[in-house]
Design a binder for this molecule. Structure first.
Ligand code: ARG
Length: 271
């Protein structure tokens, strides 16, 4: 074959491949026959150890490991982006993100605007206080100044006790700021997910904090991945989650972070 001609056909093939890539890459909205799996944009608030947090510039945590295993199982590439708590809800509502994994509690209120995966973690709110505090229960929070992360189930649980719009509830955009307020003496207590405050109290013994549990005041909660409404990803990732439950991967990640065996039957019972 003429050399010029073969270079020309090579070039043409290259152009064809390029244009195929370009249309495939931006086809998020169309329902093409067999769209190549796109890279998912997954958002979180990575200031929530041990679920998602920055460690020496790297995002780490239980959720981060679970997400990695889930995406591998479901066959997706993804980018996990730390956008913050309030913005992650906005992104899912606007569908600029495909999903979120961020220790998010599945509840009826959120279900009106978002879809959730099956449960992947059991949690409950507890109270973080100085060791010498006289707070012993949820009811004791009445009259106290309480710091929470804005728009969390912690805020909701506290307001159920002390009343909505109570000025003594101080709201912060992430949990670390709320805990800082407690340490600075600007609040009497922080209410947040047990695992987060228990770990904080343990890892920061110099702060002299303890955690109080009140199962009557604070209900059990289950975390789920959150999606925009009617996301096609939910069934795929629910399947992947069950695979991780059944093949030992979930238990392995759970033990890495929490040092104990997970109760997988309890999580599956939520399905
Ligand atoms: N589980 C609580 C909720 O859903 C708090 C979650 C906060 N998560 C975070 N990554 N900051 O409201």
């Amino acid at each position: 074959m003429n050399r010029k001609l073969s270079i020309f056909s090579l070039l043409m093939a290259f152009v064809l491949i390029l244009s195929a890539c370009a249309s495939g890459g931006s086809s998020s909205g169309d329902s093409g026959e067999k769209p190549a799996k796109k890279t998912l944009r997954i958002v979180n608030d990575a200031q929530y150890a041990p679920f998602e947090y920055m460690d020496k510039g790297k995002m780490v945590g239980f959720d981060v490991d679970i997400m990695k295993a889930l995406a591998k199982e479901a066959g997706y590439k993804y980018k996990l982006v730390n956008v913050g708590w309030d913005p992650l809800f906005v992104e899912l509502k606007n569908k600029t993100a495909d999903m979120s994994i961020s220790a998010i509690t599945i509840n009826a209120d959120r279900k009106q605007s978002y879809d959730f995966s099956n449960a992947y973690f059991l949690s409950t709110n507890k109270i973080l206080i100085p060791k010498d505090s006289d707070i012993k229960s949820g009811a004791d929070l009445k009259g106290k100044t309480i710091a929470v992360q804005t728009a969390t189930t912690g805020q909701e649980a506290v307001e159920k006790i002390v009343g909505k719009n109570n000025p003594k509830v101080k709201k912060y955009k992430n949990i670390n700021l709320a805990i800082m307020e407690l340490n600075n003496g600007g609040a009497d207590a922080v209410v947040a997910d047990n695992t987060v405050i228990e770990q904080y109290a343990k890892n920061n013994a110099d702060k002299n904090l303890k955690v109080v549990e009140d199962a009557d005041a604070f209900e059990p909660e289950f975390y789920g991945m959150m999606y925009p409404k009617d996301s096609k990803l939910k069934p795929e990732f629910d399947k992947a989650l069950n695979a991780l439950f059944d093949n030992g991967t979930y238990a392995k990640i759970y033990k890495k972070w929490f040092k104990v065996e997970p109760d997988i039957d309890q999580l599956k019972a939520q399905q």
